[in-house]
Design a protein. Structure first.
Length: 298
């Protein structure tokens, strides 16, 4: 029997479907959440790419990014409605993350069959990390294996998120565009305290990022360079292998910093506030050892 939405009627021990949404970083958080759900109950967990292949108006198009990390039986493409019936939520058939600091997984029950959200929560990642790291190590993609075994470098690295934070009205209003002063302050401090003169820049608009950073003035012996051309996984490795890493308010660079700091001592600097609205609730994402630095907006 099916519902009017084309989804199976919820019943005990049915599989939970997590709709994948967002870019690579968000999809990793969603994968981590599914690993946690499966280990706590246990429940079968499916990941749906339907929202990725059917974006709504105003949404930044994203591609499926977890090839090699999901088993074949975990990925589904069946339609997953974005808005379900009110009764589905009341009866806990659909659990929807309410806010960035909402512990949505605590509401998952035996009748839950859809779990939707970004799940940006440090405790979820730490709980999922042993299995998630094993998935990286056993992936057929060598970039996955390199990411979780980063070679320690003497360079510093920054991730300057521009792209849709500039071009997409909704993303700009929600996330804001970080001023280069935030990154330049990190570079100056890393140069003074740690002696780092080689800084690699990862960005979705590298030329603009380099111009913005150079415009603020840097110590004469500090060199900025664009990360070597590669895919997103190679960019993550550049960030993860750095001696010091300054991230953007982005799940992408958060993962690079987490993986790097989980593998060896590294200094991570994260911006504050995380969202453009400084009064908005922040996701519980930041390990105690990470440094927080105020970020002005452009």
């Amino acid at each position: 029997m099916v519902t009017t939405e084309g989804l199976p009627m919820p019943r005990a021990a049915t599989a939970i479907t997590i709709p994948l949404q967002g870019g690579l970083g968000n999809q990793l958080f969603e994968l981590a959440a599914g690993i946690v759900v499966r280990s706590r109950f246990p429940r079968r967990v499916h990941y749906s790419d339907y929202w990725l292949t059917n974006p709504v108006d105003g949404e930044t198009p994203r591609a499926f990014a977890l090839e090699g990390l999901l088993r074949r039986d975990e990925l589904v493409s069946a339609p997953t409605p974005r808005v379900g019936r009110v009764s589905d939520r009341l009866m806990n058939h659909r659990v929807i993350e309410r806010s960035p600091d909402d512990d949505a997984l605590a509401r998952v029950g035996r009748l839950t069959h859809v779990l939707a959200g970004y799940f940006q929560r440090l405790s979820y990642v730490e709980e999922a990390w042993p299995e998630l790291r094993a998935r990286f190590l056993n992936s057929p993609n060598p970039a996955h294996r390199r990411l979780v075994s980063p070679q320690a470098g003497d360079h510093g690295a920054i991730h300057y998120r521009l792209g849709d934070y500039v071009s997409n009205t909704g993303a700009n209003a929600h996330h804001g565009v970080t001023s280069p002063d935030y990154f330049v302050d990190v570079i100056r401090d890393g140069h003074k305290r740690l002696g780092i003169t080689d800084w690699r820049v990862v960005s979705d608009d590298t030329s603009t990022a380099l111009d913005l950073l150079a415009s603020r003035g840097l110590p004469s012996n500090v060199a900025l360079s664009a990360a070597e051309d590669g895919n997103e996984w190679e960019d993550l490795s550049t960030l993860a292998s750095a001696r010091a890493c300054a991230i953007s308010n982005s799940s992408f660079s958060w993962w690079a910093a987490f993986v790097g700091a989980s593998s060896r001592p590294t200094e991570v600097v994260a911006p504050r506030p995380w969202f453009a609205n400084a009064a908005a609730s922040e996701p519980p994402l930041f390990p105690d050892k990470w440094l927080r630095r105020d970020r002005p907006l452009l």
